[in-house]
Design a protein around this ligand. Structure first.
Ligand SMILES: Cc1cc2nc3c(=O)[nH]c(=O)nc-3n(C[C@H](O)[C@H](O)[C@H](O)COP(=O)(O)O)c2cc1C
Length: 328
């Protein structure tokens, strides 16, 4: 645990944040740095805590290990052992908690889910920003994550999301190639895999906005309605398939392999069928479709009500003391 912040009497304390992070390739770390650089430039004190699985996940992934992590990813109760940092996982009451995570099979990755489930005290009664960096399907994961944050007693949660902005089919190819071979650079007319410079610049703008106003701008996590709709459909299907694979495990490795193979076949068909279908529905539904998706998602991501724009630091850290309703 770090010491409480404070300066000479009468001086405004330095705003503080603690950031929890696990990243295999460094992508999430780059996004987190883009967010925090403007905060540090304006005087914030930011502490970083590594979230490290005791048994490392491979990178690049073999096909077997990649799909092998699907059943636990799709199981909201599945956890992994984490290495305890020397100073522990605690956050201080005056720290803004920035929880960074990537998405694995439409769910928060196993290391960050494990942190939140094993150490809910990290976010209890804290203001939280969850920072997501993934290919482009983060919606079901953000709903699961908000549920975990609510159960852990977070005071408020805002979401920042950075994605690969290439067309859906191109990002599918480049991400799979990157994850399975380690090669991220452009090839055969496809762009570089993962979150690009455009998104890093946008996340830096979000950081500048937080530095100025203590809160995220409303568009910190842009919602793409047709992707969100496909993600929500896929998220439910993934949880059912995950349960099916787990129940097949009582028939041993063969039972598991058979159901997992059926899942992969089903996934390939779904990618070809579901995306165009949802795109067609989105086209027909127009702005009504977009509004319904937005209205469905927004309240499910956020927890409580963040400090108002232009809030003083006292309102930011201790809204009750400052007479501000935190909404929790
Ligand atoms: C097993 C696995 C499953 C993934 N599933 C998704 C997914 O469902 N949606 C998505 O947008 N990105 C998905 N990704 C991409 C990750 O969210 C992330 O962008 C990538 O792994 C790089 O993260 P890093 O910061 O850990 O290097 C997946 C990656 C892995 C390894």
């Amino acid at each position: 645990m770090t010491a409480e912040s404070g300066g000479p009497a009468g001086e405004q304390p330095r705003p503080r944040a603690v950031m929890y992070i696990y990243s295999q390739t460094g992508q999430l770390r780059d996004v987190a740095d883009a967010l925090t650089a403007p905060l540090e430039a304006s005087g914030w004190d930011i502490r970083r805590v590594d979230v490290t699985p005791r048994i490392p996940f491979p990178f690049p992934w073999s096909l077997r290990s990649f799909f092998g992590v699907f059943p636990p990813s799709a199981d909201p109760e599945a956890l992994v052992e984490l290495v305890e940092p020397v100073d522990g996982f605690d956050s201080a009451p005056d720290e803004l908690v920035i929880l960074c995570y990537q998405v694995w099979f439409l769910a928060p990755s196993l290391p960050i889910r494990s942190l939140l489930k094993k150490h809910p005290e990290v976010v209890r009664d804290r203001r939280v920003i969850s920072l997501i960096a993934c290919r482009n399907m983060w919606y079901s994961a953000a709903i699961e994550f908000a549920g975990l944050l609510r159960s852990a007693g977070a005071r408020s949660v805002e979401v920042v999301a950075a994605t690969d902005t290439q067309p859906q089919s191109a990002s599918l190819v480049t991400t799979l190639r990157w994850l399975l071979t380690g090669h991220r650079e452009p090839f055969l007319g496809f762009g570089r895999a993962g979150v690009g410079e455009d998104e890093l610049a946008r996340v830096a703008d979000v950081g500048r906005h937080i530095a100025e106003t203590t809160r995220c701008p409303p568009d910190a996590a842009p919602i793409v309605p047709k992707l969100a709709a496909a993600d929500l459909v896929g998220g439910r299907a993934f949880r059912r398939w995950g349960a099916l694979v787990r129940s097949a495990e009582r028939f041993g490795a063969v039972g598991r392999a058979v159901i997992l193979t059926l899942f992969v076949i089903n996934l390939s068909v779904a990618i070809v069928v579901v995306f165009p279908l949802v795109a067609a529905v989105a086209l027909v539904g127009g702005t009504r479709f977009e509004k319904r998706i937005q209205a469905f998602l927004r309240p499910r991501f956020a927890v409580g009500r963040p400090a108002t724009a232009g809030a003083t630091l006292t309102e930011f850290y201790a809204p009750e003391e400052a007479g501000v309703d935190s909404g929790s």
